[in-house]
Design a protein around this ligand. Structure first.
Ligand code: CMC
Length: 429
């Protein structure tokens, strides 16, 4: 696999050859593993220069603003595919034929319900619990209900667990919402498609019919596609690291949900709405942009900037379009919150600081606005992100577990603590 070599020379004269791998797309990767046999480690906090694994699933070129799922550009999938078809692609590596798609959809629909006892599980949570806290707990607990697909060495078991997770996440996400507002849980309706079923479980009530608006169903499906995978981001790397220990897939996905929760990652869409509410009025946008520029002020514009995309986020381009479609369809463009958001977008796109640092609105800026327009409370945004990302997480987990090189992930460290010292009894300290 390595057709080139790099050589490093240390001050002590040691010379180490490092293989260089050429990927299908992207930059060449230097294999630093041989350093370990010479008694050294590399140091790369934040993984800014480290490829943690080999993967065939998703490719990102941050400079060009490219995102590919199994080679297919995200804008083509967002326009022409649907979430379940994209899920099949991520999981299996190829787009399905008609027959394969029908079988896949049937398999997913077969697993949409959750065990009846899971309903009772919710009662252990306070009604005002953050839905992410509930989701972490409930998804982790799935391993206590579905013992029959937990042999991670068995490819069929792994696929059944993947189907279960993809199928049950919308049900669980909607249950988290219904529980928080004190409404009865709504059973999945397998006559609906994936996005419609989710909207139905979120918004229908037993007392009256619920008409699904096709523009909104399309928007939610797009949000799912755009969030389905993003190569080795923090939550996916968490799933991989948890999975590398041999932990079961439900536990691994639960750990991914916790990593996603933070405002620097999946929590950003919720943080966008909180920030807009804090800004409060269009007249204050300038003041907040000034604060974001101030090095001594910890305030950052949520929904702007990205670790990998330094020109633009291709998901944001598609999401922006959907956001405007939804706002128009709901006649919501004139609402103060959305006017404020558009003013913020305009100023930040023109502001020297943001332009120089290449801080563009990211997908979460627009998905937060879209979800808000759909009537979804901001504390549910990251739950919806988790629902969509589950297929990416489980695809990476499955890829990792089936690789011959599968082994526990165990980073090393640069230790800067105390040198060895003797224990002193408490009276002598
Ligand atoms: N507002 C103001 N300044 C910013 C922002 C922002 N949103 N983002 C980065 N900067 C500045 C930062 O202060 C730093 O300035 P300097 O060079 O003077 O020290 C410079 O830009 C580079 O920032 P960084 O923190 O070194 O960049 P990073 O790659 O480590 O961070 C980020 C990326 C996404 C964590 C960051 O841009 C951020 O906090 N954005 C807001 C949160 C957000 O929207 N997150 C969602 C990301 S998209 C969802 C996903 O894919 O998970």
């Amino acid at each position: 696999m390595a057709d080139k070599k790099a050589n490093i020379k240390l001050d002590n004269g040691e010379s180490i050859d490092l293989p260089i791998y050429t990927p299908t797309l992207g930059k060449e990767v230097i294999d630093v593993a041989p350093i370990a046999s010479h008694g050294h480690f590399t140091f790369d906090p934040g993984f800014v220069a480290t490829a943690s694994c080999e993967s065939k699933i998703t490719f990102i070129d941050g400079e060009k603003g490219t995102l590919l799922y199994r080679g297919y550009p995200i804008d083509q999938l967002a326009e022409k595919s649907n979430f379940l078809e994209s899920s099949y692609l991520l999981l299996n590596g190829e787009l399905p034929t008609q027959t394969e798609f029908v079988a896949f959809e049937k398999n997913i629909k077969q697993h949409t319900m959750v065990h009846q006892q899971i309903n009772q599980f919710f009662n252990g949570f306070r009604r005002d619990a953050h839905p992410m806290a509930v989701m972490v707990g409930v998804v982790g607990a799935l391993s206590a209900f579905y013992h029959d697909s937990l042999d991670i060495k068995n490819a069929e078991d792994r696929m059944i667990s993947a189907y279960r997770l993809i199928a049950k996440m919308p049900t669980i996400a909607a249950m988290c919402y219904k529980y928080s507002i004190g409404q009865p849980f709504v059973c999945p309706d397998n006559s609906l498609n994936y996005a419609e079923n989710f909207l139905n479980m979120m918004f229908s009530v037993p007392s009256e019919p619920y008409d699904i608006n096709p523009v909104l169903a399309k928007a939610i499906d797009r949000i799912f596609i755009l969030h389905a995978d993003h190569e080795q981001n923090a939550s996916t790397s968490t799933v991989r690291l948890a999975g590398s220990t041999g932990a079961n897939p439900f536990a691994c996905i639960s750990s991914g949900i916790t990593a996603l929760w933070g405002p620097a990652h999946g929590g950003a869409n919720e943080a966008v709405l909180n920030m807009l509410r804090e800004i409060g009025d269009v007249s204050k946008v300038g003041e907040y942009v000034k604060r974001a520029r101030d090095k001594n002020d910890p305030f950052r514009l949520m929904g702007f900037g990205h670790r990998v995309y330094k020109n633009y986020d291709p998901r944001a381009t598609v999401m922006r379009e959907t956001c405007h479609e939804v706002l128009s369809s709901l006649d919501a463009k004139e609402q103060p919150l959305f006017q404020l958001a558009m003013e913020l977008e305009k100023i930040a796109l023109e502001d020297e600081y943001f332009v120089d640092k290449k801080l563009y609105p990211n997908v979460d800026f627009y998905s937060g606005l879209t979800l808000s327009a759909l009537g979804i409370p901001s504390n549910m945004f990251t739950v919806i992100f988790a629902l969509a990302r589950t297929v990416g997480w489980i695809s990476h987990w499955n890829e990792m577990v089936s690789q011959p090189s599968f082994k526990i992930g165990r980073p090393r460290q640069l230790y800067t603590g105390s040198d060895i010292r003797d224990y002193q009894t408490i009276s002598k300290r």
